[in-house]
Structure formats: C-alpha cells, structure tokens
Design a protein around this ligand. Structure first.
Ligand code: KG4
Ligand code: ZN
Length: 326
C-alpha cells in the first residue's frame, strides 16, 4: 500500500510517499525559515500563502522524482491538527481535492501521532509496548505514552510555552535571531554565573517554560551571552530529563522516542541517551530530518491507522485519560 503524506501544520510544506508503513519512496520539505527569519518568528498569514504557492509543484516534483503515477497511490494522508489554522487549511483542502479528483481514501492524522510514528520509519513497530515519546518542538512539548498500535495517552505537557518557543524567545531577547535553539546551542559556553530557575521540577510530569524566559530577561544585560546561553540550555535540558525519568519510572516503557525540532539539541539527545542506558531501555532517535516536521511521518501514521479487518480507517485522538476510537 502506497500512501501520499501531506504536512503543512506550521512553516514547512512537506510531501512524502511511504510504502507499507515502512519504506520511504521519497520525501520533500520546502522550508520557509529564511522567509520568516527577517520577522524574528513565524508570521501565520505569510506561512499559509507560501504553502499555497508551494504545495502543488512540490507534489508534482515528488511524483516525477519517484516515477510514480497517481494510479499507484492507494490513499492520501494529511495533518489535520494541531497547528496554524491557515497553514493546516492549505494542506487539508489540497488533500481533500486530490482525494476527490483521484478517487482515493483520505486519512486525517494528528501531527503529534505523526511525530511518534516517525521513530518507526525503516524499522517497523516495536515488538513490545508501552513506549514513551518525548515530543519537543516550536509548537509542542508533550510526553505521550504509546500503549500499543493506535493507543496513546498524553501523560505530561507544558502549561505555557513550548520548549522550542522558549529557546526562540530567549534568543530574541539575547539578540541572536531566529530560530533560537540552534543559535543558543552554538554560542553556549560554561561560565561561573548564578543559576536560572528549573520550573516545576519537584513533582509531576507537566512543565512550564515561560518563567524561565522571564528570569533570563532580567539578567540578559548583566551576563556574558555564552554563559547565559549555556545556563538556559542546562535549565531546559534538566527539566526535560527529570520529567522523562519520572515518566519512565512511573510507566515502565520498553523504549523512549525523542522527536520534534528540539531533538536537534545535542545536549538533550546525549542526556536522554545516557538515561536510557542507565535504565536499560531502547532509544529511538529518528534521523534529524525526520525528527523535524515532515510528511513521511504522516503517511506512516496513516498506514497504522488502518483497521484492516474491517476495511476502514480509524480516527485516533490523543486525550489526557484515554484514547477515543471512532
Ligand atoms: O519541529 P520543528 O522544526 O517545527 C515546529 O515547531 O513544529 O521545531 C522548530 C523548533 C524551533 O523552536 C527551534 O528553535 C528548535 O526547534 N530547535 C532547537 C535546535 N534546533 C532547532 N532547539 C534547541 N536546540 C537546537 N539545536
Ligand atoms: Zn512538529
């Protein structure tokens, strides 16, 4: 079964073709980072207009590149939430139109479930569950327990800023430009300075990053940038690792997944790797380009959303208590 995936939830237009939920036939991502850089962050209206210009030529390009005609495609999968409304609408309406014209089933996929499935590209599903996913990006900070195929439970999340958003805002305050995460990591150098707070560290699995950014804003002109960047990154990573460790102790997963744009942070990748070795669980760290927003993860998730016995597609929603199947 070949699924065409479409992802436009934020500022990347992404298209992919995945065979049998495992083999990547092709994947293209048209990034808008350069366009938004001059505004210091993503401008939603600009993002949706750019998606509109890019999406059809990108689909065309991928079909040519993979030498596949539309007749070979079995279904179309698209991110339907969460994300920027205008951006989502471009992807969803394109997918709906193509599904209608080409007479293919349309599967709507939750972006976060896509990030979880990105870990299984080229590998297939793990043999044992549960698996804990740490999803960290500019829009999300979420701990999700995957209890089985199509069974998800959100067990912790940020109560305010997403972790990538906190990096971006901190970098803006420090005059480092956008995107902030790579800029902060690049200049970070250990220095002898007072510690920034580690918000909500003591208990629970929820997180908060907006206070950390406020704390940084109060000292930004008094501390050398490299030392402040180092301390900010340390604070973020310490919170994420502590919460992940607590979730592992509480739920006993067989494996840990790290996904989302902030998974590019070397310090976070290494500390979580160390943690998985200490606790003797498997570590799924998708290749960086599949940690970031892409359409391969959407096509892959759609494949597993299929109820083969009853020949239909499930609609899976992540909820805080249980999973709704409808
Ligand atoms: O997943 P992504 O490409 O887009 C969404 O937000 O969905 O993530 C982008 C975020 C940005 O906030 C960026 O600052 C952050 O990922 N990021 C990083 C690093 N590279 C990208 N954060 C920390 N350290 C990095 N090396
Ligand atoms: Zn994402």
């Amino acid at each position: 079964m070949i699924i065409l995936g479409i992802e436009t939830s934020c500022d990347d237009t992404a298209i992919a073709l995945v065979k049998n939920g495992k083999d990547l036939l092709g994947s293209l991502v048209a990034s808008q980072t350069k366009i938004h850089q001059k505004f210091g962050g993503i401008v939603p209206e600009v993002a949706s207009r750019k998606h509109l210009e890019t999406i059809l030529p990108l689909i065309d390009k991928l079909l040519k590149q993979t030498n596949l005609s539309k007749n070979k495609i079995d279904a179309i999968a698209v991110t339907n939430k969460p994300g920027l409304l205008g951006s989502l609408l471009v992807g969803v309406n394109t997918a709906k139109t193509l599904a209608y014209l080409w007479n293919k089933p349309l599967i709507e996929v939750d972006h976060l479930i896509g990030h979880i499935y990105s870990a299984f590209l080229d590998k297939g599903l793990p043999k044992k569950f549960p698996v804990l996913a740490v999803i960290v990006s500019g829009g999300h900070t979420e701990l999700v327990l995957m209890q089985g195929k199509n069974k998800f439970k959100s067990v912790g999340r940020t109560r305010d800023d997403a972790v990538g958003e906190a990096f971006d805002k901190a970098a803006k305050l420090m005059g480092l430009g956008y995107p902030g995460g790579p800029a902060i990591s690049k200049i970070a150098k250990e220095g002898n300075i007072a510690k920034l707070p580690r918000p909500m560290l003591a208990q629970g699995l929820d997180m908060s990053f907006s206070g950390l950014k406020t704390a940084l804003s109060k000292v930004v002109n008094k501390i050398p940038a490299p030392a402040l960047a180092f301390e900010f990154q340390e604070a973020v990573v310490e919170v994420l690792v502590t919460k992940t460790k607590r979730a592992i102790r509480r739920y006993g997963p067989e494996a840990l997944i790290l996904s989302g744009g902030v998974a590019a942070n070397i310090c976070l990748r290494e500390r979580l790797e160390k943690l998985t070795k200490e606790l003797n669980i498997k570590y799924y760290l998708p290749e960086l380009k599949y940690c970031m927003d892409n359409a391969a993860m959407i096509a892959l998730a759609a494949y597993y959303l299929r109820d083969n016995q009853n020949n239909r597609w499930y609609d899976i929603k992540v909820t805080t208590n249980s999973v709704l199947l409808c």
